[in-house]
Design a binder for this molecule. Structure first.
Ligand SMILES: [Zn+2]
Ligand SMILES: [Zn+2]
Length: 361
């Protein structure tokens, strides 16, 4: 990247910070090495892209998978992870008509999609085979600046708290869409299995959507948090049988959202359902789960996966947040802690969501 190009790009930028040409970022150099905190060039927005000065970024479990190279399709080389980035537009690329400098936006896992394939044109852009993923196939928000695509950048509602809003961009939209996919109606029961980074936000969305909530976890403090957010029934799966307890308390759940990171929770989900229920998987542990075919067929149970959400889902998820319905549990840490954050994440020691803050505005 030439300095001239960047200077030209930033000609109209109102942010003094953009006159510099390098930024602090956390870079994946190799799957078996810690992330490198380094000064790297500030990216230059291409056609229909904007340069965003990142204010905060949440740390998602997917970032850990990206850094460790856990998935079949490898991320880009020298990846900067992060897809819960919130910031302010400081420069725009050629052809941009819908974003302006000074606007608050976010990046997302669904960084862009083709807009033309059978999935994109039928409301399933999250399944687009040509999609780009923030902090995976393109650089993300683990740095002081990031790029967004004008058609896919999340528009952040006015008055959003910079720290609280970050987890909405992945965790929030993921559970919100997952809950929609359960088909549970207001007044009906949903079981949230796993009250971690995703699950504690799921309880809040479920309540905001009018659902009655039963929560399952193996940690009493997490179940206490679920009750605080409005769960009427809580079950510690280490101390009791979730199937028996939830059948007794609710008559069987109309839907289940599994956010847990242990495969055991996926098999247990069947036992808590009533006839005709839908079970949605959000969690992504490696492995398989047992499922009784007879039980699924005779009770007409639907089991389905759900991955993040469309732009419309994200806009709706942000709307719930903007109306004060959703308050993720967040802890602020500096980017220098990223390797330690990943270690704690692997050990299951993170309560709620870690959000890295790059500047005070
Ligand atoms: Zn994520
Ligand atoms: Zn497509």
């Amino acid at each position: 990247m030439s300095m001239k190009t960047l200077a030209e790009t930033n000609e109209h930028a109102q942010d003094a910070g953009t006159t510099k040409t390098t930024m602090r970022a956390a870079v994946v150099t190799s799957p078996d090495q810690p992330l490198l905190i380094a000064d790297v060039p500030i990216p230059v927005p291409g056609r229909h892209q904007a340069l965003v000065r990142v204010i905060t970024s949440g740390v998602c479990h997917t970032d850990l998978h990206a850094a460790r190279g856990d998935w079949p399709v490898a991320p880009k080389a020298d990846l900067i992870p992060g897809h819960e980035g919130y910031g302010v537009v400081v420069a725009i690329g050629e052809g941009v008509t819908t974003l302006t400098i000074g606007e608050h936006v976010g990046n997302a896992w669904l960084w862009s999609a083709c807009g033309l394939c059978e999935y994109c044109v039928t409301g399933w852009e999250t399944l687009c085979p040509e999609q780009q993923n923030g902090g995976y196939s393109v650089d993300g928000s683990f740095g002081e600046y990031m790029l967004v695509d004008e058609k896919f950048a999340a528009r952040i509602p006015a008055g959003a708290d910079p720290v609280e809003v970050a987890p909405i961009l992945c965790a929030g939209v993921t559970v919100y869409k997952g809950l929609k996919m359960t088909g549970v109606k207001p007044g009906q029961w949903v079981v949230i299995s796993g009250i971690g980074g995703l699950g504690h936000i799921a309880v809040q969305y479920a309540r905001a959507m009018g659902m009655r909530v039963a929560a399952v976890d193996i940690d009493d403090t997490k179940l206490e948090l679920a009750r605080h957010h409005g769960a009427e029934v809580t079950v510690n799966a280490m101390k009791g049988d979730p199937g028996e307890a939830i059948q007794a308390a609710t008559g069987g759940a109309h839907g289940v959202l599994v956010t847990a990171v242990h495969p055991r929770a996926f098999g247990q989900a069947l036992a808590v359902t009533r006839r005709g229920a839908t079970i949605v998987f959000n969690g992504l542990p490696p492995g398989d789960f047992p499922a009784n075919i007879f039980d699924i067929v005779l009770r007409a149970i639907t089991i389905r996966g759900s991955i993040v959400g469309t732009r419309q889902d994200l806009a709706e998820a942000l709307e719930f947040y903007a109306r004060g319905q959703i308050h993720p549990t967040v802890h602020v840490e500096p980017i220098e802690n990223i390797n330690d954050i990943f270690t704690r994440m692997e050990q299951g020691k993170i309560d709620g969501r870690i959000v890295m803050r790059y500047s005070d505005d």
